[in-house]
Design a protein around this ligand. Structure first.
Ligand SMILES: [Zn+2]
Length: 294
């Protein structure tokens, strides 16, 4: 689908990969996505920062693009900002996964009555990954209402991609401390720290070092855009290399203010080598989400 796809394909072909896996992409009900785009248009996340959406296309075109990039599996990260929304989003995401076989069945949660019921239902219906957004949802991951759900997800070994860092905007419950308390109670929870925990990179890498089931996704980290306001500390490079089996490619497609290939170039220029890139862009996610669903 044009020169841009060629650039992405060249990236993974050079590495000898069959394609890439992107654990952090957004597909959601159309009117919810429109609202998200309006939020970025108003520079909601960071006052004064331009955030032009590069891939503001109809759903079908967005899917075609991802496939033309050679993205073999991706997610439909949905997240509620208020009660009464998660179960509905989960219904939509289940339908989307059913009609989109290369999308991992995604679900979400919120601290509310009945959360353990719809989380259990989503797991039984085959959800492979959850998304939690502590900044948009403005909730404490230690809310007692969530306790049974976290236990269930830890038990089932289902990864939960969690926006828990304080970037690009902090929330009352973002940062390493609240999520650290959650992990202390649920050490086997497969928490995937979104955006490498930006801007608290060092603290979230330390959590990953302490808890073997904690992973991080690369979403928007290391790009020119993020380096401009939240640079990754050079002193943490070594730990990034050491935890190479715990880092997963994520991008935030389609809500990104630069071309998709830039995320890949941003990873390549870290200079951590081809084996690291192969693990991050494919191997780690392939192991976490085996194709047979087992
Ligand atoms: Zn995202």
């Amino acid at each position: 689908m044009g020169p841009e796809s060629d650039d992405v394909v060249r990236f993974w072909e050079r590495l000898g990969l069959p394609g890439i896996i992107d654990v952090h992409t957004h597909f959601m009900p159309e009117r919810v996505l429109r609202k998200v785009w309006a939020y970025f248009d108003a520079a909601g996340p960071l006052t004064g920062l331009e955030w032009p959406i590069t891939y503001r296309y109809e759903e079908e075109r967005r899917l075609e693009l991802l496939r033309s990039f050679g993205v073999r599996r991706f997610t439909s990260m949905v997240y509620p900002h208020k009660p009464g929304m998660a179960s509905w989003l989960n219904g939509w995401a289940a339908g989307f996964a059913a009609r989109t076989p290369d999308c991992l069945h995604t679900a979400t949660l919120f601290p509310e009555e009945g959360v353990e019921v719809y989380v259990k239902e989503a797991v039984e219906a085959g959800a492979r990954v959850f998304k939690a957004h502590l900044q948009v949802g403005a909730y404490d991951p230690n809310d007692p209402l969530l306790e049974p759900a976290w236990g269930l997800l830890a038990e089932a070994g289902i990864p939960v991609v969690t926006h828990c860092g304080s970037g690009p905007a902090p929330g009352a419950h973002t940062g390493p401390e609240p999520i650290g308390r959650l992990l202390a109670r649920h050490p086997r929870l497969r928490l995937v720290v979104a955006h490498m925990g930006m801007p608290e990179y060092a603290e979230f890498l330390a959590l990953a070092a302490a808890y073997p089931e904690v992973r991080l996704d690369t979403t928007m980290a290391f790009t020119d855009f993020s380096e401009g306001f939240s640079p990754f500390p050079a002193a943490e490079r070594g730990r990034l290399a050491d935890l190479g089996d715990r880092v997963l490619l994520g991008t935030d497609f389609p809500n990104i203010p630069y071309p998709y290939v830039h995320q890949l170039e941003a990873l390549e220029r870290l200079g951590l080598g081809d084996a690291w890139l192969r693990a991050v862009c494919h191997g780690n996610a392939a192991a976490l989400f085996p194709a047979d669903g087992s």
